[in-house]
Design a protein around this ligand. Structure first.
Ligand code: AMP
Length: 374
């Protein structure tokens, strides 16, 4: 690869993925397919800002028949779960009744934005509603809507250029570049309830610029907002039982997908079963990522129980207030989570750190392990 094939934007390295010519061929493919279907009417193309502006421009230059163009802009909403509420900054055009509308998207990945778009147009009286996307991450797409037209399928890697940004930069690049993940650090913080995983993750995420994902926190957020996921998890959490793997694994994947730009992740409270650990390995592998280290915070049960009861007085967490529930959480840990030590030891990734001491001192012990990772 020569020098111009790799670029740096802010803190991230990217390498050339698609040349201008390859992109233009994909644009022409979409334009040709749509032209064949719509040559007898005047469709309205609706570009989705900001990312699609370059695609819309080249698309129109290659669309040979009469047409109109308009744009929508969704707010860059990124909550923990989709609320179903669509926030728009630039709304649906007002002359679309009875017309054929074709959405022009730059990229479709999990389908979250698409779902919002479909919702946005669901109250309009259009003759015909279609979706065209230049890029399509078919492996991660889990929406119900069929993608009507796409330029090319691409693997699930973060891309930038040709309208697509990393932290708002890179939209002006003529080619498309793919992130180079070799500088990433992904950690699993391991340990019993009360070991200090959440506290330490809070410090480590700042120090190493990582994204902290606590499955317990995501569940609590969903319970607080009374989402379907929250309702499902509540009965298990109230008893101190683990939430079923299927639910937890798909939620975790979702959280990772929401952060394609992260420099790495701290997984806190996940994995907690062998099935979760295996699912995590497979999932990361499919994204060209991996776990670099699993670090256990060690402390004796009696100390942890006292810590949890103390925390329960201020946190309001019902599972921290009742010794019976705490003991059940430990039982779940011993039976289902403890075997993961061997799982990660077999991969040469398991590290143990003394979890008793000052918070800063413990952060230091963890940092020593992290600093040795390549
Ligand atoms: P935590 O905040 O990590 O102590 O988690 C609180 C509760 O959330 C646990 O007792 C479980 O009921 C549920 N939970 C959190 N993470 C997981 C997981 N990885 N698998 C299953 N249940 C989980």
């Amino acid at each position: 690869m020569d020098k111009t094939d790799t670029i740096k934007i802010l803190d991230k390295n990217f390498e050339l993925f698609l040349t201008e010519e390859e992109i233009l061929n994909a644009v022409k493919k979409v334009a040709g397919e749509i032209a064949a279907d719509y040559k007898d009417e005047v469709p309205i193309f609706v570009g989705v800002l900001n990312g699609a502006f370059m695609f819309v421009s080249d698309f129109l230059k290659n669309y040979p028949y009469p047409c109109e163009v308009s744009f929508v802009k969704l707010s860059s909403y990124r909550g923990l779960t989709s609320t179903g509420i669509v926030e728009t900054l630039l709304d649906v055009p007002d002359n679309i009744e009875g017309r054929s509308v074709i959405i022009l998207e730059d990229i479709i990945d999990t389908g979250r934005t698409l779902q919002e778009l479909v919702h946005l147009f669901s109250n309009t009286n259009v003759k015909n509603f279609k979706i065209a996307s230049l890029f399509f991450k078919s492996e991660v797409y889990n929406g119900e809507y069929t993608i009507d037209y796409f330029g090319m399928k691409i693997p699930d890697k973060f891309i930038v250029g040709y309208g697509l940004d990393y932290m708002e930069q890179g939209r002006n690049l003529k080619a498309v570049y793919q992130i180079n993940q070799s500088h990433m650090i992904n950690l699993v913080l391991f340990g019993k309830p009360g070991a200090g995983k959440g506290t330490q993750a809070g410090y480590l995420k700042e120090k190493y610029n990582l994204k902290h994902i606590s499955t317990g926190d995501v569940f609590r957020y969903n319970i607080k907002n009374n989402t379907k996921l929250g309702q499902l998890a509540k009965s298990y959490m109230d008893k101190g039982d683990l939430v079923p793997d299927e639910v937890t694994i798909s939620m975790l994947k979702d959280e990772v997908e929401k952060n394609p730009e992260a420099s790495g992740f701290i997984f806190d409270g996940f994995p907690r079963t062998t099935a979760q650990a295996e699912a995590l390995d497979n999932f990361l592998d499919s994204k060209d990522m991996k776990i670099h280290a699993t670090i256990a915070l060690e402390a004796q049960d009696e100390i942890l129980i006292n810590r949890l009861l103390e925390r329960g007085k201020s946190s309001g967490r019902s599972d921290d207030q009742d010794e019976e529930k705490i003991r059940n959480r430990f039982e779940e840990y011993n039976q289902k989570t403890a075997p993961l030590k061997e799982f990660y030891e077999a991969q040469g990734k398991f590290h143990s750190v003394n979890g008793i001491g000052d918070i800063e001192e413990i952060t230091e012990r963890l940092s020593k392990v992290i600093d040795t990772l390549s």
